[in-house]
Structures are given as C-alpha cells and as structure tokens.
Ligand binder design. Structure first.
Ligand SMILES: Cc1cc2nc3c(=O)[nH]c(=O)nc-3n(C[C@H](O)[C@H](O)[C@H](O)COP(=O)(O)OP(=O)(O)OC[C@H]3O[C@@H](n4cnc5c(N)ncnc54)[C@H](O)[C@@H]3O)c2cc1C
Length: 390
C-alpha cells in the first residue's frame, strides 16, 4: 500500500469501500477495473458470517416481483442481465467458477390455495412483460421429476437463475485485487475522517488513517447501526433474520435442476451437488439463533414439494441478516455529507443487485454524478424528509 507517513496514514485513494460483502466487493471491483485506486476495509479476518455467506443465490427478478414495486423490478431485471457476461469475465480473469445458471425458476403450488396465489402473481408477471407461464402438475413434473405427485401446478419463470454467492464474492474479491484494490481485513473502524464537512476516509481502531476522496459504506445490515457514524447519517436499515439449510446431494443425479419455490420455502441446487433450503423471514432484531422450529419448518415445507430432500445428507444450518429498508428498495447513492455514499439495504436481493450496484456506484463516482445511474429510485435522499436522515 502507498503510504504518506509510512506508519499511520495510507492513501489518498480515489475510493475507500467499507464492508466487503458481495455489494462492497462489486463496487470495489468495478472502480478498480475502471482504473481508480481503491482500498476496502472489512472488520472480519476472513470472509464469512455475513448475509452473502448464507444467501441462497437465487437471481429471481420474476420470482421476487410483488405488487407496487416497479422500480425494484426494473433494477432487478437490469442487474440480472449483467450476470452472464460478468460471470464469464470473472471466470476468465480469476479461474473461479461462480456456479451461475439461467435455468428458470419453478414456483410450485403444493395445494389449491397456493395455486390461486401463483395464478394471481402470474397475471402480474405477464402484465409486466415477463416470460412466465402456467404448467399443470404433469408438465411441471416432466420438467422436475422429483416434485411431489400431489402438487397443483407451477409457474415457470424463464428469466430467473441462480449463482453461488460465496464463489461470486470470492471471484469479485480476486478480480478487484488483480486490478490493484487493497483489501484490509480484520480491521475495525474508529471514526469517519471529516475535513471542512467533507468525508476524507476513516481512522482505524488500531490507529492508522485511510484517506480517500470518496468513501462508500456497504456494511449490509450493520450499516444501520455503525457506532462511528453520526446518527443523522445512519440509513434506516434493520436486520431481517433468515435461517437456511445446506444439504448434500449427488451432482450426477441432482434432486432438481433449477430453483423450486413455494410460498414458504425454496430449494436451490448448486452445481457441486449441494442443495440450499431457505429461508425463514423473521423480524427478531439481532438474534442469530438457529432454532429447531426454523429448521423443522424449512424441512417440512421442502418435503411437501420435493419429498426426496429427506434422503439428502444434512450439512449445516445457519442464519444471517438481510439489510431491510422501509420501502424494500436498496439505499444507493450520495449522502448529505459530501464524499460519503451508501451502497446498502438490498434486503432479499443483494446477490441479484450486486452487479448493477457496483456499476452504478463506480459510474456515479467516476463521472461526478449526483445519483447512481440506473438506481435513481434507490437514492438515499428519499428518506431526507424523515428527521434529517441520510
Ligand atoms: C437467508 C438469506 C437468504 C438470502 N437469499 C438471497 C438470494 O437468494 N438472492 C439474493 O439476491 N439475495 C439473497 N439474500 C440477501 C443477500 O444475501 C443480501 O442482500 C446481500 O448479501 C447483502 O450484501 P452486502 O454486501 O450489502 O452485506 P453483507 O453480505 O452482510 O456484507 C457486509 C460486510 O460488511 C462487513 N462489515 C459489517 N460491519 C462492518 C464494520 N463496522 N466495519 C467494517 N466492515 C463491516 C461485514 O464483515 C461483511 O463482510 C439472502 C439473505 C439471507 C439472510
């Protein structure tokens, strides 16, 4: 790392990213690839334990569509469209395979009530111009033979896919480093450096200052409670707990070939044979306990749609925190403090939205724009009327 006074000061970098989950890594990678000098600080010594680490990795702009969220749909679709080329680039740059697949998602109805819900969502998907269609039980089981014979049909969402978030983060990190980004892991931050009301980087808890022209905070759910950030600058983000299971299957004879989704559970196959069963959605604050009830619910619901899950080896159960926001949109863009931006609040879609966020934030900073292009609806300014927040 280039040093100003060797021991206690580094930089100034063009960009300092705080938080090295999938979002921070995507921002760092884009900026470094475009020629910016980049440093990234993360408090964990090794990657893991964050939302990226436990995420199922569904890339589901269609499956995540809900009434009244057209801005989120557009961002989700735009980001999904970046995935194929990005994964090819990452593979050729780093040799790391991300497990990306665009195999569609199957939204299965285990009973008549859920079939009615799926049909309503199908209408919305078709009205929104998405490539989705209803499959009767027989046709659905031709596509996925392990589905329960008692299902009432399914919606096939052709544009959904999946990726292994841990491998994606690893590849982004490797690519960012190859483009010259400096990664500092296992370092706590003590304070934000301010000069004439402009953010100039951070001071680390063990002393050194990292100076930067622009600082981006991407600490996931933690971004809402960073002790070293003035309360006025903390974004309105809350942790939304999700419990998830990892099972081991046979890669040569997978239990399913694409994400199988019902109202209460999803089952996502990985290319190496692992199967992810997720996820609970719990408003429990910072409680990270994996509960017997959570595991039971996930297995019971997975068994209803894919009975063969009972045959798979149980590898582990874990829990993580989605960074939830008041309107389910991410919070991406400049804050009222010049030199300080946010790339956070991606809630259920952070893996899906990472490529677009990386590109939008790096583009905003490189071109000196006021908003992150393509993510204007996610601008932090939408919360400003609420008690001066961000
Ligand atoms: C169970 C579950 C399933 C999910 N499934 C999907 C899915 O299928 N598809 C999808 O698109 N999304 C999914 N998500 C959501 C997705 O995981 C998140 O939106 C995304 O990972 C957020 O990424 P992030 O980089 O913002 O945060 P994180 O991945 O949480 O990373 C934050 C990083 O910041 C670091 N950090 C925190 N505080 C500090 C600090 N004070 N100083 C320095 N560093 C700090 C952490 O160490 C960590 O590395 C799921 C989430 C959960 C919990």
């Amino acid at each position: 790392m280039s040093s100003q006074t060797e021991t206690d000061r580094s930089g100034p970098f063009d960009l300092l990213v705080v938080g090295g989950g999938i979002v921070g890594l995507a921002v760092a990678r884009e900026a470094a690839a475009a020629g910016a000098s980049v440093a990234l600080v993360d408090r964990e010594v090794v990657r893991g334990g964050d939302a990226t680490d436990v995420a199922a990795g569904m890339l589901a702009p269609v499956g995540e569509l809900d009434f009244g969220e057209p801005d989120l749909l557009k961002m989700n679709l735009d980001s999904a469209s970046l995935y194929p080329d990005l994964c090819v680039e990452l593979s050729s740059e780093t040799g790391i395979e991300t497990g990306y697949r665009r195999s569609g998602g199957l939204h299965v109805a285990p009973d008549a009530d859920e079939a009615a819900v799926h049909r309503r969502m199908l209408e919305l998907q078709v009205e929104s111009g998405l490539d989705s269609r209803w499959l009767g039980p027989g046709r659905a089981r031709e596509l996925e033979p392990a589905l329960s014979p008692s299902i009432h049909g399914a919606v096939f969402a052709a544009d959904d896919g999946s990726v292994d978030p841990r491998m994606m983060a690893l590849a982004l990190e490797e690519s960012a480093t190859r483009s010259g980004a400096i990664l500092l892991r296992g370092r706590e931050i003590a304070s934000l450096l301010l000069e004439d009301d402009r953010a100039r980087g951070v001071r680390l808890a063990d002393g050194p200052e990292i100076l930067a022209d622009e600082t981006v905070l991407s600490c996931g759910a933690e971004t809402g409670r960073l002790s070293w950030l003035e309360p006025d600058l903390r974004p309105p983000i809350r942790p939304v707990k999700g419990q998830v299971l990892e099972l081991a299957g046979d890669p040569g004879d997978p239990i399913c070939h694409r994400a199988i989704v019902s109202e209460r559970v999803y089952v996502v196959p990985r290319p190496d044979g692992r199967v992810i069963v997720g996820a609970t959605v719990e408003e429990k604050g910072w409680d990270r306990t994996v509960t017997a009830g959570g595991v039971h619910e996930l297995l019971r619901e997975a068994y209803r749609v894919l009975p063969e899950v009972a045959e798979l080896e149980f590898l582990r159960a874990s829990a993580g925190f989605r960074p939830g926001t008041p309107d389910n949109l991410p919070i991406v863009g400049r804050t009222v403090c010049s030199g300080l931006s946010l790339a956070t609040g991606h809630y259920r879609n952070g893996v899906l939205l990472a490529p677009l966020t990386g590109r939008a934030v790096a583009g905003m900073l490189a071109d000196g724009l006021d908003h992150a292009p393509g993510m204007e609806a996610a601008d932090p300014g939408r919360f400003r009327s609420r008690a001066g927040v961000v």
